[in-house]
Design a protein around this ligand. Structure first.
Ligand SMILES: Cc1cc2nc3c(=O)[nH]c(=O)nc-3n(C[C@H](O)[C@H](O)[C@H](O)COP(=O)(O)OP(=O)(O)OC[C@H]3O[C@@H](n4cnc5c(N)ncnc54)[C@H](O)[C@@H]3O)c2cc1C
Length: 581
């Protein structure tokens, strides 16, 4: 990866050449091998046992996790020094993607390798890393992440669990209750958050056997039924001081930084899940006959199949573009250096905006795909013995955990604004410049897709700039406006990732041209709706008219006829009987 390091969020203000982004077509032989190992493991070992996993036969889940450990699939993000493979983030995403279609099992794996292990990778002492990481990476020990409490979900900083240092300073006494803990029933250790003396937000590694810990019953869930989810009550639990994780009073850094990577992985996993469902839907559409024809011959079914593939392609392009950004940044970190973990964490944090985009976009792509998947199966889609009911139920949680999609939408714009205020990204200057030039915007004769991407970027800056100008310090109270801005930003990242990826292909097959044209066409229409909502909220009368005129020039385009594009895409899918790549 020879590309220069680019700043997170800078895609909004910089125009890139196709060569500047990483795409799935750039995977190395090693990437392909780890992806194949993970896919083979899931297809051959996990999928045949999914119903036993769903019935919570924990010995099956634990056995499969151990097998995954033997294959190295649990240690991709664990440094070599501590018994892991220490691979790049592209490899990590390939494994997460492969696991995606296994639903519950993917959640068990994601918790173990992500939010369960990474707090120690990034914040643990040498002794903690040596003690825990190799055992987590082989599934000899299981781990669970316990932040959420009955009264503290999205507002995670408001947790009430307390910790008090003993008079002899040998242990902390923890009291409180945690809920919705993934892997709670199988865990040997809980990465738990509590406030020392009710003030200092701190993380602790809590072993399961300590007196005073009580686990609730397995929750009865709508989906991911094969993953363990339980509450945990802590009553005067004495946790040795050496089990404090990271700095006292800095637990929020662990809680929030780890989520960035979790969101990134969730995006990749959702794309993998989507690929599984589209393959089942294609096969079914070819065989199910109504009105004397395979339903795949009907335009409305072709539309659904094509749209699924287009959205998956967009998600996949964003996931691996972001993996490339992070790997490029991390390539400069000295893995042997004492501060390697801190540097790696900083590298990931730089792309926190992109990680939130992937979380929201990935989970919403998967929700679209499973919903239309059920529709293609008709009444059979509603029946448990057909393959789409489970992914339909399993998908829904992805919009809720790792920060709800509402919270992540607020974060996307909020984090960009913060970076702009700190002078890290010249977003405000660019926005001011655009607002100043508003009446002079020229009609652009260039009708290329790239011109539309540039117009969309200007639209985001101009609409956000006007909103910030209008609301000033009260901007963050205007959640609906922020939501629209974030939706525009997400569409831009997707649109540009799709376009640059296809431009980078040496000889892009016609299907990819159809995907780009359809995606850009529809994204611009969406962006226009969001921008109009923002402008109508912040202006009226002549100002609104001026802004709308400027918007028309920025997004000027003639809609294309996407029907033949989608029909051709569907024809290719039906021929291949799977997603494209
Ligand atoms: C199956 C499952 C597994 C889980 N696994 C874990 C785990 O392993 N570890 C762990 O710590 N937690 C876990 N969670 C908890 C999960 O992270 C929380 O459920 C999630 O963060 C949301 O918190 P909440 O449920 O309290 O909802 P709330 O925070 O009460 O949110 C309710 C609604 O209000 C919205 N909302 C909240 N605040 C705002 C705001 N400021 N602006 C606009 N809208 C807002 C939310 O988006 C949501 O739509 C899990 C949850 C489930 C269901």
């Amino acid at each position: 990866m020879d590309n220069p390091i680019v700043k997170g969020g800078s895609f909004l203000i910089e125009d890139l050449e196709p060569q500047a982004i990483f795409t799935p077509e750039d995977f190395t032989e090693d990437h392909r091998m780890i992806g194949k190992t993970a896919r083979d493991f899931i297809d051959r070992e996990v999928m045949p046992k999914l119903s036993q996993i769903e019935e919570q036969q924990w010995d099956i889940t634990l056995g499969l996790m151990k097998k995954a450990g033997e294959l190295g699939l649990l240690s991709v993000d664990v440094p070599e020094k501590y018994g892991g493979l220490g691979l790049d983030k592209t490899s990590s995403m390939l494994v997460a993607e492969a696991f995606g279609k296994s639903g519950s099992f993917a959640v068990t794996y994601g918790d173990q390798t992500g939010i369960g292990t990474l707090p120690i990778v990034f914040f643990g002492t040498e002794q903690q890393k040596e003690k825990y990481l190799a055992k987590f990476a082989t599934a000899e020990w299981f781990t669970s992440y316990s932040l959420t409490e009955p009264n503290s979900g999205s507002d995670a900083i408001s947790i009430r669990t307390t910790a008090a240092l003993s008079p002899d300073k040998k242990y902390y006494t923890l009291n409180g209750s945690k809920n919705f803990l993934t892997n709670a029933g199988i865990a040997d250790f809980y990465i738990t958050f509590a406030k020392i003396d009710g003030q200092q937000f701190t993380s602790f590694i809590v072993p399961k056997g300590l007196p005073g810990i009580t686990l609730g019953k397995e929750e009865k869930k709508m989906g991911i039924k094969g993953s363990s989810t339980r509450t945990m009550i802590l009553e005067n639990v004495q946790v040795p001081v050496e089990n404090v994780l990271g700095e006292i009073g800095k637990g929020h850094k662990i809680a929030f930084n780890i989520l960035n990577f979790g969101r990134f992985k969730l995006g990749a996993s959702a794309i993998g899940g989507s690929k599984g469902v589209i393959a089942d839907a294609i096969k079914y559409a070819k065989t199910r006959k109504q009105f004397g024809k395979a339903i795949a011959e009907f335009g409305l079914i072709q539309h659904k199949l094509a749209e699924m593939a287009i959205r998956i392609f967009a998600g996949e392009s964003m996931v691996y573009r972001t993996a490339g950004l992070i790997d490029t940044a991390l390539a400069h970190v000295n893995r042997e250096g004492a501060d390697a973990s801190t540097q790696i964490l900083k590298g990931i944090e730089e792309y926190a905006v992109e990680c939130s985009i992937l979380k929201v976009a990935g989970s919403e792509i998967l929700d679209y795909v499973v919903d239309e998947g059920v529709q293609i199966f008709g009444g059979y889609g509603f029946m448990e013995e057909y393959p789409v009911a489970r992914p339909y139920r399993d998908s829904r949680i992805n919009r809720i955990f790792e920060g709800t999609n509402e919270i992540n939408r607020l974060l996307i714009t909020g984090m960009l604004l913060k970076r702009a205020m700190k002078g890290e990204l010249p977003l405000m200057q660019k926005a001011q410049q655009l607002i100043g030039e508003i009446t002079g915007f020229q009609d652009d004769a260039d009708s290329s897709d790239m011109r539309l991407v540039r117009g969309a970027k200007k639209t985001a800056l101009f609409a956000a700039g006007i909103a910030v100008q209008k609301y000033g310090t009260a901007f963050e109270e205007e959640q609906e406006v922020i939501g629209h801005i974030s939706d525009i930003i997400m569409q831009i990242y997707a649109m540009e990732s799709v376009l640059l990826r296809v431009q980078k292909m040496k000889e892009a097959a016609p299907i990819y041209q159809d995907i780009v044209r359809t995606f850009v066409n529809d994204a611009i229409l969406q962006i226009e709706i969001h921008a109009k909502q923002i402008l109508a909220a912040v202006a009226e009368g002549d100002s609104l008219k001026t802004y709308l005129l400027a918007l028309r020039k920025l997004l000027k385009h003639t809609p294309i006829n996407t029907i033949p594009c989608r029909r051709r895409i569907a024809a290719q899918l039906l021929e291949r009987e799977s997603y494209l790549v």
